[in-house]
Design a protein around this ligand. Structure first.
Ligand code: ADP
Ligand code: MG
Length: 331
């Protein structure tokens, strides 16, 4: 079973950033208001994700660490997924590729912790924690030298982590995030910080946009809000002058999930085609919301690709809404 876990783990956990994505998504699912992420050495030696969410009762800890155990779906509901996690694979996978300790406290219960290393689960022990959940993952891939070899520099891994955290933060303006590099024995250095935003959809999104992409960008971004054939597109897109030399500042979400999708980035590019040279990329934070049956977000275990039942509708909506906004802004 430990071997099966390690194979499955490779699908879910490719690098420190993918581990962090799973852990932060769990914190979001748990209803956290604040999420703290600490990393050391690009996440290779230490990843620590703390949340103030609902927590896990001591008796449920071993279950949370078991394969395909999830508290989030009942099987009849596969097309109608509203929470991030639904596979029940992340924690056991992480426990198979690193030394994992989960400490948690559910309301009205005592705090407890459980360790897993190399897929072997230890006992549930009493612990000290005020509320929520803290997951510590040390020495990622220590038992999988082949994967260890493929990890990039600490700097590159830290960059990928920062990108993942910013994407999730953009999607959840109501949640506060702090990402710290605690390498060495210093105090730690804040890499990214965003306070929980209140207010209406666009107000909170606009504030968060400022935290992630900078005030100047947020103050000059074009507001987008358009609906066609059951798909709503909303968010902010930058004036062509804010374009970048790489497509790193394109934040795209489908039903609240960060996605990377060729069709969607292609549509974005098409909308700006007349205003950007080939080596420039538009900057935008755009959300597509539609009935979950119109889109398959489960193409890959890492869940970043999507498949629309009618890709033409999504593409057309993006191109026309952005062109319209650019025209209104004088382009
Ligand atoms: P999934 O998220 O797909 O359900 P995971 O392996 O990521 O699977 O997590 C297994 C279970 O552990 C979750 O269904 C949830 O009940 C519990 N869990 C994990 N992380 C947290 C957390 N941060 N707060 C509360 N519960 C959690
Ligand atoms: Mg999960």
């Amino acid at each position: 079973d430990a071997a099966i876990n390690r194979i499955a783990a490779g699908e879910v956990v490719e690098r420190p950033a993918s581990a962090i994505k799973e852990l932060v998504e769990n914190a979001i699912d748990a209803g956290a208001l604040r999420i703290g992420i600490d990393i050391a050495d690009g996440g290779k030696t230490l990843i620590r994700v703390s949340d103030d969410g609902c927590g896990i009762a001591p008796d449920d800890l071993p279950l949370a660490m078991s394969r395909h155990a999830t508290s989030k779906i009942d099987g009849s509901d596969l097309l109608n997924i509203h929470t991030f996690g639904f596979r029940g694979e992340a924690l056991p996978s992480l426990g198979a590729v690193g030394r994992l300790t989960i400490t948690s406290r559910a309301e009205g219960a005592d705090a407890a912790s459980l360790g897993v290393a190399g897929g072997e689960m230890g006992p549930v022990k009493p612990a000290a924690l005020n509320a929520g959940t803290t997951v510590v993952l040390r020495d990622l891939f220590y038992a999988t030298p082949a994967r260890l070899k493929f990890m990039r520099t600490d700097r590159a891994e830290a960059q990928a982590i920062s990108d993942v955290v910013k994407r999730l933060a953009m999607a959840e303006p109501g949640i506060g995030f702090i990402l710290r590099d605690v390498s060495g024995d210093g105090e730690g250095r804040a890499m990214f910080r965003a306070d929980p935003e209140t207010g209406d959809l666009f107000g909170a999104m606009h504030q968060r946009l400022g935290s992630v992409l900078g005030r100047d960008f947020a103050d000059n971004a074009l507001k987008i809000d358009a609906t066609r054939d059951g798909i709503r597109l909303f968010g902010y897109a930058a004036l062509p002058t804010y374009s970048r030399g790489a497509a790193v500042a394109q934040y795209l979400f489908v039903n609240g999930r960060p996605v990377r999708d060729k069709m969607l980035t292609g549509a974005l590019r098409a909308a700006y085609f007349d205003f950007l040279s080939r080596d420039r990329h538009p900057v935008a934070a755009l959300f597509l919301d539609c009935d979950p049956t119109l889109v398959d977000v489960n193409v890959h275990p890492a869940k970043s690709e999507v498949r629309f039942r009618d890709p033409g509708v999504a593409r057309g909506l993006i191109v026309s809404a952005l062109r319209h906004a650019l025209a209104e802004a004088g382009h």
